[in-house]
Design a protein around this ligand. Structure first.
Ligand SMILES: N[C@@H](CCC(=O)N[C@@H](CS)C(=O)NCC(=O)O)C(=O)O
Length: 213
């Protein structure tokens, strides 16, 4: 049980998604800047909160939630009303937002980027797998190229002038791809740069990278 919102997780692109949602919604929150692969996610206290021993994890009163896309969507749904963010109003809008979110999480993050991250950039932990890495890179680029024309129509975000949960998930995942040396099409680069110019993103990035910010 917490008094308000508490976010566990720092120096992580997946924790950054949650910091960004909190900043867009202008919600005060306490920050527990634990990091992956430091042993900090393995403590008994943290394991009780998240048995998967991963970051991010959010506490909101007596509600505890893991999985960055679930947390971002929860925050928008719970606190977005009356704030200048996009919230789906119909079942079809909800489905469209889910479509973007699942695409970013499954087709890019889980199927391709996680594999590239593990086997190209952390081979000392996860082992070398050059064929799988090359295949994941090709797959990731194919998927990003498939959405590039639609992303080019964003005005300026996926659902118009207000940023939505799906934008946070897509833009951060495109950033993963870029960090892992996937060349982004121009439309995706422009969309991502525009989203990252938002003060809320800048504040989130500073907090994710420096717990005292
Ligand atoms: N599907 C999860 C993935 C979380 C995840 O893999 N987090 C990484 C840091 S970005 C982590 O905690 N890794 C520690 C580990 O794998 O032991 C989410 O999106 O929240």
């Amino acid at each position: 049980m917490t008094d308000g919102i508490v976010l566990w997780g720092a120096i992580s692109l997946r924790a950054l998604r949650v910091h960004w949602a909190l900043q867009e919604l202008d919600l005060p929150y306490e920050f527990r800047p634990i990091q992956s692969r430091t042993g900090e996610t393995l403590t008994a206290e943290y394991t009780r909160l998240n048995p998967k021993q991963k970051i991010p994890c959010l506490q909101d009163g007596n509600f505890t939630l893991t999985e960055s896309p679930a947390i971002v969507n929860y925050l928008f749904n719970a606190y977005g009303a009356g704030r200048p963010v996009f919230l789906p109003e119909s079942a079809q809008e909800r489905a469209r937002s889910d479509e973007w979110s699942y695409f970013a999480m499954m087709e890019l993050d889980a199927h391709a980027l996680y594999l590239i991250r593990r086997h190209k950039f952390l081979p000392e932990i996860y082992g070398e797998a050059p064929v799988a890495v090359a295949s994941a890179e090709e797959y990731c680029l194919k998927q990003i190229n498939a959405i590039a024309p639609r992303v080019g129509l964003a005005e300026p975000y996926l659902f118009g002038d207000k940023i939505g949960a799906a934008d946070i998930l897509l833009a951060t995942t495109l950033h993963f791809a870029q960090r892992y040396e996937v060349t982004l099409p121009e439309t995706c680069q422009t969309y991502m740069d525009r989203a990252f110019a938002r003060p809320a993103y800048q504040a989130a990035k500073a907090r994710n990278e420096d717990p005292n910010a």
